[in-house]
Design a protein around this ligand. Structure first.
Ligand code: BES
Ligand code: ZN
Length: 871
């Protein structure tokens, strides 16, 4: 590891140090001779010198066999090799370089570079792992065309896949065969991929808008083909949607998706050869939940959309990651919204943003959407880069309107096709054709932290004037002690006493090209006066969550109920319920902490009663209205993370609903349980949560009955999850039957781990320890680690342990995982982000354990960077 000589701390990398590459590459030809433990990789690269400098190629864990320059073998004194690079000091202005290296895929447990997963060779190169395959200028701003020849055993590896189009196949006659692939589009090395194995496949095709027939294939283990059709349908929908919404057409003659069991991330957009974590490909109603189906559609879309936003136009360097990820998340969210209910999707996206990104922005790892420095680029894959990055793009669309946004997007792809560019290039593409100045708006890219907007209102009945004052504030941090006001676009409406939107008259109100009313908050404080307002209105602001901010607004319970009943903006209708519940949770937590009696306010119970009984609310939407905010959201509102008080507060709300509406809840549950539709399943699952956690009569029996009679995984898992919140005989029976049914299924087994790690039972820690030592759980399988360790780590109640044993155990596991797979270890570290908020006795114990991890000199920079801020 590169370290600072004096402090032994790993060196930080800075955006400001960016330098353009000294060489360009005209083309590369790769030859792979695959073997499990001794794969040979030959690379023939055509270089062109751009500025006078030595040629320094990245390379890690490579055994160098030979180097040739313009066909002449170099002797060892003509180059130098370190554990990170190969350097040639004297090179001509144009030349071919040929290297041969040997690598060991079998010994590689990091799931990066070339590795083996269940007998299949697979690669993962983003962000900087192509250098673990061969010596190269492994940086996204070096783009070139690739020709790849793969040789392997014919029986063990009948399919030999790489990027682009298959151009030839040969049988070598000695039990081995080859395939050659050519990708005509220039790409950075992180998009390289290779897969070799014996797999099942389903095939289909898509005809693009210009009439080209594209061959589509989804590969999965033999016998799992029947679970690939949903991914295939999602792919065809994605291809069609991108043509219709953004005019973007697919560019190669074939597109492949491969499902792999051991994969660090969700999925990867390698050109023409997407590689997916099997949990995001394989689905049928028996093995996957409705949520899995939705997620697969979104992720297939996401990776497909990268073909333009990421592959054809890529990032200049990794600090610009949001250029491709923020934009592609925005695109996949729009895709999902167009295919399903826009408001339901918006609510789910905002829930996720609040649970993870707002927490990150308020914690020790807060960083801007375009970060300025880092220890490890692997750690850039954060909710801020992804989800906040998407929010920033959505705000651009809100400001310029959909039509103007499309004009900007067209300009962006036309101008930058085939290049590696920056976030600021993107912002210019949107602002310039629309004649809008984004100078202030671009602070969203450089300033971290979630802004708060404080709302004060007054109404003057004699003048019929309604006055709204908005004050913005933003958290200052050690890294960013000075900040400037953001440009915050707020969609707005005012409701009359009948619940109808009133006509807005305000000289400072703007309308975008979609005729949506917007208040542009640009200074620290602004006042907006609305005239001809006949009666005191009810405010509905930040409709559709137009800006990713926190709203500080003392709405009365009556106003919130009015919004719940009438707001024409469905997002804010649900937001009112969410706000009411969150405020109640906070009140109850305070009561629990000070030992006062806990009593849920009638206003909340009545508001939720209205939701339960209103027959006009669609079941999907009703399910969301009845869902309590995540603990991660509550934790952000509290100074102390008192898990027991949290738990009591949630239980109290559930119990108050059961007390007042038990029979109604039960009837509604029965009514929707028999309807075979995902919206109805979403509602029954929300209702089952209320019934079980509110301790309704016979709720455990009800859950067990749902478990045993379920005809699909959605109902089955919802029941099992609730059963795990109780300690009953039924819980044991259900867990055992689930295990017997699914223990040899690499995807479904994870669900069994998750429900147990998620249990609030006192036995959870003991269970988790035992499960981690019992096959088929394996520390080599990232999905197993996430399902058991990460889920347990996020379980506040089970983790808070006055003996400190949970923190010690977690830290031991992090150290153990880190030696094999630093990326996965770093993700598990995320569970310590709340440590500074723990009650003092727990905090000290947890921090001592974290310090112990940090003291390990062999700790990866990935894990180090994530833990550092927590002590
Ligand atoms: N490019 C990423 C995958 C990736 C991230 C590979 C980091 C290597 C390191 C891919 O496009 C992606 O963003 N995947 C997400 C899912 C997506 C739907 C947000 C993931 O893997 O979680
Ligand atoms: Zn992505």
């Amino acid at each position: 590891m590169e370290t600072n000589q004096e402090t032994h701390q790993p060196k930080r990398i800075y955006l400001k140090d960016y330098q353009a590459p000294a060489f360009s590459i005209n083309q590369v030809q790769l030859h792979f001779n695959l073997s499990e433990s001794q794969t040979r990789v030959k690379a023939k690269i055509e270089f062109k010198k751009l500025t006078e400098a030595p040629l320094v190629l990245n390379g890690e864990n490579l055994k160098l066999i030979s180097v040739r320059l313009n066909e002449k073998i170099l002797s060892t004194n003509e180059y130098s090799v370190s554990d990170k690079s190969l350097t040639l000091h004297q090179v001509p202005s144009e030349f071919w370089l040929e290297t041969e290296v040997e690598i060991n895929p079998e010994a590689n447990k990091s799931c990066e570079g070339l590795y083996l997963s269940a007998g299949i060779f697979a690669t993962q190169c983003e962000a900087e792992s192509f250098r673990k395959i061969t010596y190269f200028l492994d940086r996204p701003d070096v783009m070139t065309t690739y020709t790849v020849e793969i040789e392997a055993d014919k029986i063990k590896y009948p399919y030999l896949l790489s990027n682009g189009d298959l151009i030839s196949k040969k049988d070598l006659g000695n039990g081995r065969h080859t395939s050659t692939w050519k990708d005509p589009f220039k790409k950075p090395s992180y998009l390289f991929a290779l897969v070799a194995g014996d797999m099942g496949v389903i095939e289909d095709s898509f005809t693009t808008k210009s009439g080209k027939k594209v061959k589509l294939e989804v590969f999965a283990p033999h016998g799992k083909q029947a679970r690939c059709y949903h991914a295939m349908e999602s792919l065809k929908k994605s291809m069609k949607w991108d043509e219709e919404r953004f005019g973007l057409e697919y560019d190669l003659n074939q597109f492949m998706i491969v499902s792999i069991d051991d994969f660090n991330m969700g999925a990867m957009e390698n050109k023409g050869l997407n590689i997916f974590n099997s949990r995001l490909v394989l689905a049928d109603p028996q093995s996957a939940t409705d949520r899995d189906f939705d997620l697969i559609e979104a992720v297939v879309g996401h990776e497909y959309f990268h073909n333009w936003s990421g592959n054809r136009v890529t990032c200049r360097n990794w600090f610009e990651l949001s250029l491709k990820e923020g934009l592609t998340v925005f695109r996949d969210q729009e895709f999902t919204a167009n295919l399903h209910s826009r408001s339901v999707e918006r609510i789910k996206a905002v829930d996720a943003l609040r649970g993870s990104q707002f927490a990150e922005d308020a914690g020790p790892n807060a960083h801007p959407v375009r970060p300025e420095s880092c220890l490890s680029v692997d750690n850039f894959y954060t909710p801020t880069i992804y989800e906040k990055g998407s929010e920033v793009i959505r705000m651009m669309q809100t400001i310029v309107g959909r039509k103007g946004f499309r004009t900007g997007i067209d300009e962006y792809f036309k101008k930058h096709d085939g290049h590696a560019v920056t976030i600021l290039d993107f912002a210019d593409s949107i602002s310039k054709p629309n004649n809008i100045d984004f100078t202030q708006f671009k602070l969203w890219y450089s300033q971290s932290g979630t802004p708060t907007v404080k709302v004060t209102e007054s109404y003057d009945a004699s003048k019929k004037e309604y006055t709204l004052t908005l004050v913005q504030s933003y958290p200052l941090t050690e890294k960013q002690p000075h900040k400037n006001p953001f440009h915050i676009p707020l969609l707005i409406g005012l409701l009359d006493s009948k619940g109808k939107d009133i006509k807005l008259n305000c000289k400072d109100l703007a309308f975008n090209s979609d005729q949506m009313p917007i208040l542009h908050l640009k200074t620290n404080q602004q006042t907006f006066v609305f005239t001809e307002v006949a009666e005191k209105p009810v405010l509905s602001i930040n409709r559709q969550f137009s800006a990713p901010i926190k709203l500080e607004w003392n709405a009365s319970q009556a106003e919130l109920l009015h919004l719940i009943k009438f707001d024409s903006d469905e997002f804010n209708r649900r937001e009112a319920a969410y706000k009411m519940i969150l405020e109640e949770l906070k009140r109850l937590v305070q009561a629990a902490r000070s030992g006062k009696p806990m009593q849920v306010r009638d206003t909340l119970v009545e508001a939720l009663g209205f939701v339960i009984s209103d027959k006009s609310i669609d079941p999907n939407f009703k399910a969301l209205m009845l869902q309590l905010p995540d603990e991660e959201v509550l934790a952000q509102e509290e100074d102390v993370l008192d898990a027991e008080a949290f738990h009591k507060a949630y239980s109290e709300i559930y119990a108050s609903l059961v007390k007042k509406y038990q029979s109604q809840l039960f009837d509604l549950y029965q009514k929707h349980l028999v309807i075979d539709n995902s919206a109805d399943r979403a509602l029954t699952s929300s209702l089952l949560t209320i019934l079980v956690q509110g301790q309704a009569e016979n709720a455990t029996t009800l859950a067990y009955k749902q478990y045993t009679s379920a005809k699909n995984m959605t109902d089955k898992l919802a029941a099992l999850r609730e059963l795990c919140q109780t300690e009953s005989l039924e819980t044991q029976q259900a867990l055992e039957s689930f295990f017997n049914e699914w223990k040899s299924d690499a995807v479904v087994f994870n669900k069994w781990l998750q429900v147990q790690a998620n249990s609030r039972s006192q036995k959870t820690f003991a269970n988790v320890k035992r499960l981690s030592q019992t096959a088929p759980f394996s520390f080599d399988t990232p999905n197993n680690i996430y399902s058991l360790l990460s889920v347990f780590g996020d379980n506040y109640l089970a983790m808070s342990d006055s003996s400190g044993e949970t923190y010690k155990w977690m830290c031991d596991q992090i150290l153990r995982i880190d030696t094999k797979n630093p990326q996965v270890a770093a993700r598990v570290c995320g569970c310590f982000n709340f440590v500074k908020k723990l009650p003092t006795n727990l905090k000290e114990k947890a921090q001592n354990e974290i310090r112990r991890v940090l003291a390990s000199t062999s700790l990866s920079r990935n894990a180090r960077e994530l833990l550092e801020g927590n002590v």
